[in-house]
Design a binder for this molecule. Sequence first.
Ligand SMILES: Cc1ncc(COP(=O)(O)O)c(C=O)c1O
Length: 459
Amino acid sequence: MDVSEKALLKKEKKYCSWGDTVHYLEPPKFFERCEGSWLTDRKGAKYLDLQMWYSAASFGYANPRLGAALKKQIDKLPQLACQYLHGEKVELAEKIAKSMERIFGQKGRVHFNVGGSQAVEDSLKLVRNHTGKNLVFAFMGGYHGRTLGASAITSSYRYRRRYGHFSDKAHFVPYPYCFRCTYGKKYPDCGMYCVKQFEKLFETEYNGVWDSKAGVAEYGAFYVESIQGTGGYVIPPKEYFPALKKILVRHKILLVDDEIQMGFHRAGKLWALAQFDTRPDIVVFGKALTNGLNPLSGIWAREELIHPKAFPPGSTHSTFSSNTLGTAVGLEVMKLCEEIDYEKIVMQKGKQFLDRLKALKKRHPKVIGHVDGMGLALRMEICRPDGYTPDRELADRIFAEGMRGGIPTSRGKLGLVLDVGGYYKNVFTIAPAFDITEDEMDLAVELFEALFKRCAKGK
Ligand SMILES: Cc1ncc(COP(=O)(O)O)c(C=O)c1O
């Protein structure tokens, strides 16, 4: 007989740290099964998932092909220390390196680790090793993880506050978040004012980043998410990254592209930065590489930065770095991406979903302030009736009610799994499974309508 949910919750309160989770709801919710776009709780109630584990399970829960690849590797080579080789590691590295050659026209190598933050740490070492510099630029609203190094380049002070002084904290630069422009400008009349402000930093040595006599920057790299993930699926204007890259090249600053959340077709292309015609020097990836099965992350870098003489064995190492189970699933994910035209599918489904969200906004202008999307990275800002002031409380209520479930729809009572992000925690960052159907999109809209009705009283 299974232990009851009540008994488990009692044990959780006593034995589980809350430090390793984000703990949005009290009590937290138990789930027992998952398939496709759906989670099922212990009572058999179903929840439509529109955030797919922050985009780690983009290829659908319990994807049979990826599950089979994992099971096959469990039977063949379930364990192996990373100083020995196995075929899947090498083949996966080849596929990722070749994708970079194809998409960005640059040769390089691939290096593995386990979680996204660890891969970010590895990339920081690579930057330091190549440039001799430990300072980097990063974006306001950016998120790169919660290890010490990753927290230092993540803008939110909340993640650092308890943990002492971060001497290597990034220099945070405003992101082109046009709906809430830091400079109060309006796109496109702004003439890319934000890029010009960044460029101004290099105008004189007195702006604190550039020695104009030596022609040397104090900063080794700029860490970017081409579409901000935790920051609220903010999509920049097309010309932003090409303009930024020119400034970086001129000042010999590396561009590190964090694809941990947007990589593997979330925004349409295999690598999201390719949507913006910009070439990275280093790419960091994780999450959907294994569709959330045995975790694996990694970095790719241009050959000059990462060849074995420049970045020798042991530069970084984890016992689990190129583990056999993760690399087997990662290889299958890459094969899937070669065989199925996800670029087309994701752009098509993204448009279908965004059209529905735009129509929903028209019907609820006093609840939704902004919707946008690229591929299946979609956003919805919950605002006060003025259409602009962030309404975090309402977003929280909608989120909590969705998780409570029991929402009447044309398909019976269902729940809705959402993720709340954004600078003001009022944005639903919508990351559906790539095989979401139009029926499921309609159901998502029904669920939003019902939740708005339930939560938005007095609006
Ligand atoms: C863009 C980005 N970078 C880094 C990370 C950190 O990855 P992990 O949670 O696997 O450490 C995340 C996780 O959400 C992310 O979205």
